[in-house]
Write a protein that binds this ligand. Structure first.
Ligand code: APR
Length: 255
């Protein structure tokens, strides 16, 4: 049950930050980052695959993994959590969506100006000269469990094309990080949805919000330790986000 306090705080908020992790896309059928990998990838640690070393060691294995993930995103649909987040933007004076996800499901649900801290599967670039590369919208029909795929070559310098995501050990895009940090430090309500909160600096954002007195609410089916000043709504994002909005703003379907 969503507490009326939480709903009241959301209703009266001036600036809400919605901070999402892989759990926000889980109900769209996108495996979370730390879900056990299957098929070709089941013996790999995602944290090892998502590195520039792995890519240089075996470009076809890594590019195949990212194309397999992109294929899942293209076939997926935004879920009720994405839609509730897009709807929330119409009900509060200011909403900033900051995501760790590399899919475009927030945008496809109607959210605008989404801040992607870890890049996007839809913005590959040359690993050598950085030139943007345009991928075919739907990747070739891929085997369900993925396959090795030789990466395309840059049209300018013939270098390998790499995924447009932030790999472990790489800096976050400066403009995305600055915008996410500014929003966390200005907001009065911070909803952290579907993230394990173990990867920094992204995981710093809820702490910054808490630090200046914002109401911080975690939404996750798996309970984890939080400080006494944070709130926890345990359950799936789609159910809890819809519940939070209808508690705060009434029956949404009627409006
Ligand atoms: N609703 C809400 N949360 C969910 C749901 C759901 N339906 N299903 C799973 N979760 C939660 C899990 O309990 C877990 O806490 O989503 C979280 C997903 O955690 P991770 O897989 O660690 O993903 P994330 O937190 O986004 O990882 C952060 O780490 O490796 C990097 O770049 C990668 O962006 C990723 C970042």
């Amino acid at each position: 049950m969503i507490s009326s306090t939480r709903a009241h705080q959301l209703r009266g908020a001036k600036h809400v930050v919605v901070f999402t992790g892989a759990g926000a896309s889980a109900e769209s059928g996108i495996p979370t980052f730390r879900d056990a990998l299957t098929g070709l990838w089941e013996h790999f640690d995602p944290a090892k695959l998502a590195t520039s070393d792995a890519y240089r060691d075996d470009p076809a294995l890594c590019w195949g993994w990212y194309e397999w993930r992109r294929h899942k995103v293209v076939k997926a649909q935004p879920n009720e959590a994405h839609r509730a987040i897009a709807d929330l933007a119409k009900r509060v004076p200011k909403l900033t969506v900051v995501t760790q996800n590399v899919d475009d499901l927030h945008e496809r649900a109607g959210s605008q100006d989404v801040i992607h801290l870890h890049g996007s599967l839809h913005s590959p670039r040359c690993i050598d000269c950085g030139k943007a590369y345009t991928l075919p919208f739907t990747p070739e029909a891929l085997p369900e469990d993925g396959s090795r795929i030789d990466p395309p070559r840059c049209t300018a310098c013939h270098g390998y094309v790499r995924p447009g995501v932030v790999w472990f050990g790489e800096m976050l895009p400066e403009d995305a990080w600055s915008a996410g940090l500014a929003a966390a430090e200005e907001c009065d309500v911070f909803l952290s949805i579907g993230t394990s909160g173990v990867v920094y600096p992204a995981a710093e954002l809820p702490l910054r919000a808490l630090g200046h007195g914002a109401t911080v609410v975690h939404i996750n089916p798996v309970r984890f330790d939080i400080s006494g000043r944070e709130h926890f709504l345990q359950g799936p994002a789609s159910v809890l986000m819809q519940g939070l909005l209808s508690e705060a703003f009434g029956d949404l379907s009627a409006q």
